[in-house]
Design a binder for this molecule. Sequence first.
Ligand code: ATP
Length: 430
Amino acid sequence: MYIALDDTDSKDGMCTTFLATELIKEFHEYKLLSYPKLVRLNPNIPWKTRGNGAVVIEIGKGLEKKEVVGSIDEDIGIWSGDPDIKGRILERSKKIIKKWAEMEKEGTDPGLIVGNVRPPRKLYEKGVSELLDLKYVKSIINELDLDNWYAGNGRGLIGAASALAWIPEDHTYELIAYRDPTLWGKERLIDNEEVKTLDAATEKTFDTYDHAEKKQAVAPNSPCPVLYGIRGEQTSELHLALDTIKNEKPNRWLTFLTNQGTDDHIKNLSIQGLEPYLSAHIIGVVSSPPYVIPGGHVFFEVSEDDSKVTAAAYEPTKGFRDTIKKLVVGDKIELWGGIREKPITLNIEKMKVNGLENIFVKKGNPVCPHCGKSMSSMGKDAGYRCKRCRSKADEEEARVEILDRDIKEGWYEVPVVARRHLSKPLKRIL
Ligand code: ATP
């Protein structure tokens, strides 16, 4: 039996992943039959609270414990299941949401789905990369006869259904540690050095420590129940965090299977095909010099045939902007990023430089082929003449050299502190 939920938090608190731990507690007579899932959906939708994440758990009668994946008062394992499960799961899940969700806050519109079947993967593909219509999602929920409940405008059903439809093609894990409720809202005392140690000790973790900014990236800034989250490809490495990050002992922890760091949100598109709220991978040529606007945001134009779009590296992308400033007209690049609506702008997450344009600088006047002497200019754009034998040379015949470019072909990405949850880090690509 699957339980999927979304939209339970507000900017002031709570976290949908925490409700997963409460649901596991509530259904203590059942067992987890697979990893709890944390599914990130379209990062460009305007009504998300933070990271547009929804969660799914699968519970049932357990036959045999396979693996420990968390601790919520006691070890939480994954079990092989007994398919014969009944019970008033929807009612009880509803109670948990009502108890914990920030229901009275504007923009919190929880959605809950309980069922034995899952929507087709296509729904996930749309949910992670497009704007979904609630009516359409409800029609799928009804077609599959999935038990559901929602509050507010019901938008939470979109995330819950899309997350339930996620059958991973690529996946990563996140171990999330939660704070004791008495500490919620209080400052987190995460030691930078401990996170750095964890980062160095683990091969397959990512987005943990920002070496350029010298900042840990595991603790959220919001007053939510999360103490820290460690992302990676191997669950055994993630467990190291529990012994390495010591200043505050977590009250509970749970490892999620997630679509973070997969680029699942990205579609390969032509520049002409770009639309607001999508995320795209485009191939083009730099067609305007980069320029900086007040606030430190850097923009430039990129073109493909007759179409062009403005690409942006905003201030939070820090040192990445310095790389962008080194681009010149003619450079061949690929970009990955989300599309902002007005004006249509591609917010860069990653870049691959495929070809650098040569920049020629004049080194000197041409040398006369007859006399071997440097020729003299005849005025602006008027060419050159040899003073001795009167031979002439065109403007283009001046001696030039190719300037060393301060940027190399290859991959570039925004720093960890500016990384989107879904963005595939270069660490997972190269
Ligand atoms: P957190 O990550 O902290 O859980 P959040 O950023 O996930 O918070 P929510 O409060 O869940 O934000 O709000 C996102 C809302 O957008 C939810 O109601 C979700 O159902 C809905 N939603 C998610 N994906 C889409 C989509 N592709 N199209 C339309 N609505 C979506």
